[in-house]
Design a protein around this ligand. Structure first.
Ligand code: CMC
Length: 391
C-alpha cells in the first residue's frame, strides 16, 4: 500500500475520461457535447437533448422523428406492473417506488436485460419511454388517485403532466408556460458529469450489470438530501423562515454560526464557485410560473431576498457560495402542483439520459471493473479470545 494516494470524497481524482459534458466551475460554464446549456434551454426539447447526450450529436429531422417514434410506442408498461404498484403502502415515498419500478421493468424484457449493444439500445428506449409512466404511477399511488395510461398523441412532457395531474374521466387542459418550464427544468438536469449518482451508475455498470440495475442504483444515490434531495430541503427551509417570522438576515446569521449546523440549502457546489448557470436560467422561469399562482409568491419573495442577503454577506463571498440548481427549482415544481416528495423523482427523469449516456460511453471504451483502494487504519493482527475471557 506504499504508494496509495488518499482522496476522500474524490475531490481531486478523475475516475474516467468522458466526451459528454464540460463544466468550468470557476466561469459558470456547462455544455452538453459542446453545446452551451443556455442555448439548449432556449431552443431544444428534452428528447432532442437526450438524443444529443446519448448519441453525441444533435439529430437531423429524420433522426429525431425516428427517435421520438421509438420512444412514443414504448411508453406503456406491462399490466402486471400495476399490481406491483398496488403492493406499496398508500402514501409511500415515490422515489423508492420509482427505483423498484425500474428494477421490475428489467424482469419484463429479456431482450433488453443484458449488456450487448442491441440490448443496451433496447433498454435505453424502454427507460426513457417508461420512466415518466412509472414516475406518474408512483405519484398517483402516493396521493391515492387512479392511474392513467399514457396518451401517445401528446408530447413527452405533456404526457407526463397529464398522467400526473389528470383524471381518467376528464380531458386535461395544458398550460403552455408550465409545459415549457418543466421541459426546460428537465433539460437543465440532463447531465452534470461525474456527480454522485452518475458515478454510481458507472461504478455499478463497471461490474457488467445491465442498464436497469445501474440506473436504479443511480436513482438511489440521487435520493440523498446532499444530492437530489436538496430542492425539497430548500422549500422546507423557506417555509421554516416564513412560519417563524424571522428575517432573512436573522436566518443567514444562524447559518454563519458554525455551532448551529444549519446550512443555507440550495447554496454552494463542489464544482461551481460562481453562480450555477442552471440556477440563472431557472430563476427566469420561476418568476413567470409563480405569477400564475399568486398564492405561492410569498416563498419566492423570501427566496429572492434570502439570495440577495447571502450574496452580500462576507461568509458566502469568502467561501464562494452561490445559488445552485436546487435553489429555485423546488419553487417551480411546487407551483406546478407537485408535492415535495416528487421533486427528486423529477430530477431523476431529467438525469436519466445522462446516466444512460455515461453507462454507454463506459461500455464502449474501457469497461474495467472499478475497484478503489483504501488506507487501512484499523487494528494490527491480534489473537482471537474466547467470549468468557473478554472484558
Ligand atoms: N450553507 C452554509 N455554509 C456552507 C454551505 C451552505 N449551503 N455550503 C458550503 N458551506 C461552507 C462549509 O461549511 C465550508 O465552510 P468552512 O470552510 O468554514 O468549513 C465551506 O463552505 C466549503 O464547503 P464544503 O462543505 O467543503 O463544500 P463541498 O464541496 O463539500 O459541499 C455541497 C458542496 C453542495 C454539499 C454544500 O455546499 C452543501 O451542503 N450545500 C447545501 C445543499 C445543497 O444545496 N445541495 C445541492 C447541490 S447541487 C445539486 C446536486 O449536485 O445534486
Amino acid at each position: 500500500t506504499g504508494n496509495l494516494l488518499l482522496d476522500p470524497a474524490f475531490v481531486n481524482t478523475a475516475s474516467c475520461s468522458s466526451k459528454i459534458t464540460y463544466i468550468d466551475g470557476d466561469k459558470g460554464v456547462l455544455r452538453y457535447r459542446g453545446y452551451p446549456i443556455e442555448q439548449l434551454a432556449k431552443h431544444s426539447s428534452y428528447l432532442e437533448t437526450a438524443y444529443l447526450v446519448i448519441y453525441g450529436d444533435l439529430p437531423t429531422t429524420e433522426q429525431l422523428e425516428v427517435f421520438e417514434q421509438r420512444i412514443r410506442r414504448t411508453t406503456l408498461i406491462d399490466e402486471r406492473m400495476r399490481d406491483l404498484f398496488r403492493c406499496f403502502p398508500r402514501r409511500s415515498h415515490p422515489m423508492p417506488v420509482l427505483a423498484a419500478g425500474i428494477m421490475a421493468l428489467s424482469t419484463f424484457s429479456e431482450k433488453s436485460a443484458g449488456t450487448d449493444p442491441e440490448q443496451v439500445e433496447n433498454a435505453t428506449d424502454r427507460l426513457i419511454a417508461k420512466t415518466p409512466t412509472l414516475a406518474a404511477f408512483s405519484y398517483k399511488n402516493s396521493v391515492g388517485q387512479p392511474t392513467l395510461y399514457p396518451d401517445n398523441s401528446l408530447s413527452y412532457i405533456e404526457n407526463f403532466i397529464r398522467m400526473s395531474f389528470g383524471f381518467p374521466t376528464e380531458p386535461y387542459e395544458f398550460n403552455d408556460e408550465v409545459t415549457r418550464a418543466l421541459e426546460v427544468l428537465l433539460i437543465l438536469h440532463v447531465d452534470h458529469e461525474q456527480n454522485c449518482s452518475t458515478s454510481t451508475v458507472r461504478m455499478v455498470g463497471s461490474s457488467g450489470a445491465n442498464l436497469y440495475s445501474s440506473v436504479a442504483a443511480g436513482v438511489n444515490a440521487l435520493s440523498g438530501p446532499k444530492h437530489g434531495g436538496a430542492n425539497q430541503a430548500v422549500i422546507e427551509m423557506l417555509q421554516g423562515i416564513r412560519d417563524s417570522g424571522m428575517s432573512t438576515q436573522e436566518f443567514v446569521n444562524k447559518v454563519k454560526d458554525q455551532k448551529s449546523n444549519v446550512k443555507l440549502m440550495g447554496f454552494g457546489h463542489r464544482i461551481y464557485k460562481i453562480y450555477d448557470p442552471r440556477a440563472a436560467i431557472i430563476k427566469e422561469h420561476a418568476d413567470n410560473i409563480l405569477k400564475l399562482h399568486t398564492g405561492r409568491q410569498a416563498l419566492l419573495e423570501i427566496a429572492q431576498e434570502l439570495e440577495e442577503t447571502a450574496l452580500n454577506d462576507d461568509y458566502f463571498k469568502e467561501r464562494k457560495l452561490y445559488p445552485n440548481v436546487d435553489f429555485y427549482s423546488g419553487l417551480i415544481y411546487e407551483a406546478m402542483g407537485f408535492p415535495v416528495n416528487m421533486f427528486t423523482v423529477l430530477f431523476a427523469i431529467g438525469r436519466l439520459p445522462g446516466w444512460i449516456a455515461h453507462y454507454r460511453e463506459q461500455m464502449q471504451t474501457n469497461n474495467k471493473i472499478w475497484r478503489p483502494r483504501q488506507l487501512y487504519t484499523g487494528e494490527q493482527e491480534r489473537a482471537y479470545r474466547p467470549i468468557e475471557l473478554r472484558p
